[in-house]
Design a protein around this ligand. Structure first.
Ligand SMILES: Cc1cc2nc3c(=O)[nH]c(=O)nc-3n(C[C@H](O)[C@H](O)[C@H](O)COP(=O)(O)OP(=O)(O)OC[C@H]3O[C@@H](n4cnc5c(N)ncnc54)[C@H](O)[C@@H]3O)c2cc1C
Length: 402
């Protein structure tokens, strides 16, 4: 039997999830990843809602629970390390009926990769350089010099998708910058440690947080306000470290030692907090997924879960409809567009209070976080944006219906 071939660009969160579900329904996916190996860096994410449901359908929950963290508290401290705000994060567990996990983005990426790695081909250290589509397929050329023809191409390469650039045009047409930069890195042996507490410190327009993980690792997340992203290359780690040093050198608290640790880290994630907003997610036999299509930004707190939701629906619709006849990509977009739009809008509204740019705004935010400990108030404040208002369609896969 002929198996339709699908080239997926990007082995992040969306790419391997899509490959998994496409394998379940008889497609032949290939995943091409620009990095030489799976990228396991990044921050600790909160994981709930539809992404959690899909991980359950993939049988990954026992593993994710094992590698996840039971974060108890989000604590905001002043420059001397004294608590001045924050809340007990059990409110999230209560709001989601316990279906809530905190885990390293990299651990989620690895679990998704392992779930499909032995069922389809993964090509690392390569990238698409050109796409030429006609009625019957897409001719793809790679940086390695290889050329191949596929039935469909999916851009799952994240916020700076090459497939989007090649098939839809320049990133500038679709990127909405939200006024912040974000950076994350991990090191071993950092002190102090606070087990299962997410500790953060902020001054107007700058916030730095740390979380102590297993194996004596600590992950740090920087967020700072900037009118525009710095004019440096996205691959220039040295320049990115210099920007962080200049922005956080005077922020106080543990910043001097955090910046010293930054110099010892091997992988730094550094990017603009932006959304991707597009009028359409597909063009002929090429379709976008995850951050490449509908990046909600860090402020949605759900980028990975939404990328998985997109992957599940795209695979289901490709299986149900013949994309070459035009049905599947339209259905995928029709089912998800307004849901993703709502998530983006909620994140955009949150941008103002995320890292306030004035001392009074910051004071107010810190006071507000204390109120989340009051029963019922967290539900009132966060419930509407926390809970996903989309029902996942039921699809017939090969082995079972889920
Ligand atoms: C290493 C890493 C760390 C991150 N850390 C943070 C963080 O700290 N804070 C935050 O807000 N968000 C972070 N993100 C983004 C967040 O994980 C995404 O919002 C979310 O996972 C959406 O999933 P995605 O699969 O669409 O994109 P991503 O998870 O970004 O995955 C995209 C994948 O495509 C690959 N890729 C990129 N270009 C190409 C190309 N030309 N050809 C082939 N492959 C390509 C990337 O290397 C990556 O593996 C991080 C992403 C990565 C890759």
């Amino acid at each position: 039997m002929y198996r339709q071939s699908v080239l997926i660009s990007g082995a992040g969160i969306a790419g391997p999830t899509l490959a998994y579900w496409l394998c379940r329904c008889g497609f032949q996916p290939t995943v091409v990843e620009r990095a030489p190996q799976l990228r396991t860096g990044g921050y600790v994410i909160d994981f709930w809602g539809l992404g959690y449901d899909i991980a359950e359908k993939m049988g990954l929950l026992p593993e994710l629970r094992k590698i996840g963290y039971d974060i108890r508290e989000l604590r905001i401290v002043d420059s001397r390390g004294h608590k001045i705000g924050g809340f007990d994060v059990s409110v999230f567990r209560a709001l989601t009926d316990g279906r809530f996990l905190s885990l390293r983005r990299g651990d989620l990426a690895e679990a998704l990769y392992k779930a499909v790695a032995n069922q389809c081909e993964f090509v690392f250290d390569d990238t698409i350089t050109s796409l030429a589509q006609d009625r019957d397929g897409v001719q793809v050329r790679f940086q390695s010099g290889r050329e191949h023809r596929y039935d469909f191409v999916v851009g799952a390469g994240g916020q700076h998708s090459v497939v989007r650039a090649l098939a839809f045009g320049d990133e500038g047409m679709y990127e909405k910058y939200l006024g912040y930069m974000v950076a994350a890195f991990e090191v071993s042996g950092y002190r102090p440690r606070d087990e299962n507490v997410y500790v953060g410190h902020a001054i107007p327009g700058c916030q730095v947080s740390r979380f102590s993980m297993r194996d004596d690792r600590t992950v740090f997340l920087f967020v700072y306000a900037a009118d525009r992203p710095p004019a440096i290359s996205g691959h220039d780690g040295k320049a990115q470290r210099a920007v962080l040093r200049s922005r956080f050198g005077d922020v106080g608290w543990e910043c001097p030692q955090i910046l010293a640790a930054l110099d010892k880290s091997d992988e730094l994630y550094f990017d603009a907090v932006s959304q991707i907003r597009m009028d359409r997610w597909s063009n002929g036999r090429t379709v976008l997924l995850g951050d490449a299509a509908f990046c909600p930004s860090l402020l949605a707190g759900q980028g990975s879960a939404l990328a998985m939701t997109g992957a599940y629906v795209l695979a289901g619709e490709l299986n149900r409809y013949d994309a070459s006849q035009g049905g599947a990509f339209e259905r995928y977009e029709g089912l998800l567009r307004s849901f993703m739009h709502q998530k983006q809008e909620a994140a955009r509204r949150f941008a103002r209070s995320f890292v306030p740019k004035t001392a009074s705004g910051l004071f107010l935010r810190n006071q507000m976080t204390k109120l989340f400990g009051i029963p019922g108030l967290a539900k009132l404040a966060m419930g509407p944006s926390l809970l996903d208002k989309l029902r996942l369609p039921t699809y017939e896969w090969h082995s079972s219906s889920t």
